[in-house]
Design a protein around this ligand. Structure first.
Ligand code: DC
Length: 228
């Protein structure tokens, strides 16, 4: 039983700023549900590739929408049409194409509707690019999490190595820069801080320090404190 009303915490920011790690831990500490909206755009991208469709072609990508289902299981795994695709959606072929899919308005509208439903009746920590500005503008807490391009590239590179994904640091940095550009220049719901968001720069913060910085804002805005 929650002893507070339904609360939404929006964490937005550029690629590889550590949003998902921080969002997941904040959700655990507060007993909220974590929702990774980037994983949903990645799942659509993977579905295109698996079906031999071009992820740059809007008509082809949109034709897939009625036949795919995207869910998160109780462990937070991404389930695409019944299959656990959590690892597959992190492959470079998906990372390199997801910004095109995320720039398509009909795809965004369909996923945003699903995201709003997910936050309807339970407290969530939702991370993405447009959560505070568009998906949940009523969110009580809005964080815009940033870090320098160099820091983000090194973090993503190390994460990839751990997952056995072999991409050079230069390639990872190029991918981060390219996605920053596409995500913040697209016409519909581009990446930008909500006017009422709190900026947290994690370039020189550890994960624990970043989590605590978010929890401080949550306490300040809602009075809610961690359960553990
Ligand atoms: O956070 P990520 O790297 O997994 O996100 C994958 C892509 O999806 C990224 O290019 C931006 C896009 N995205 C978006 O446009 N809106 C969201 N709410 C979440 C992600």
């Amino acid at each position: 039983m929650q002893d507070h009303p339904v609360i939404a915490i929006a964490i937005d920011g550029p690629a590889a700023a550590g949003k998902s790690t921080v969002a997941k831990r904040v959700a655990e500490r507060l007993g909220f549900t974590y929702i990774d909206t980037g994983a949903m755009y990645r799942a659509v991208t993977l579905a295109c590739i698996k079906n031999g469709l071009d992820p740059k072609d809007e008509a082809q990508a949109v034709s897939l929408l009625p036949s795919i289902s995207i869910e998160f299981d109780s462990e937070g795994k991404t389930i695409l049409c019944g299959e656990d695709v959590s690892k597959m959606i992190r492959q470079p072929i998906v990372s390199g194409n997801v910004s095109y899919i995320a720039a398509m308005k009909p795809i965004r509208l369909a996923l945003v509707e699903m995201q709003r439903k997910m936050a309807d009746s339970r407290s969530v920590v939702m991370d993405g690019r447009d959560i505070g500005t568009y998906v949940l503008p009523q969110a009580q807490v809005k964080i815009f999490q940033i870090a320098s391009v160099e820091t983000r590239a090194v973090r993503r590179y190390e994460e990839n190595l751990e997952k056995g994904i072999n991409t050079s640091l230069k390639e990872v940095e190029e991918d981060v820069r390219k996605r920053d550009y596409i995500d913040s220049h697209r016409e519909f719901a581009p990446l930008k801080p909500a006017p009422d968001s709190v900026l947290i720069d994690t370039s020189f913060l550890s994960i624990e320090e970043s989590v605590n910085a978010v929890l401080e804002v949550v306490k300040d805005k809602t009075g809610v404190t961690p359960k553990c």
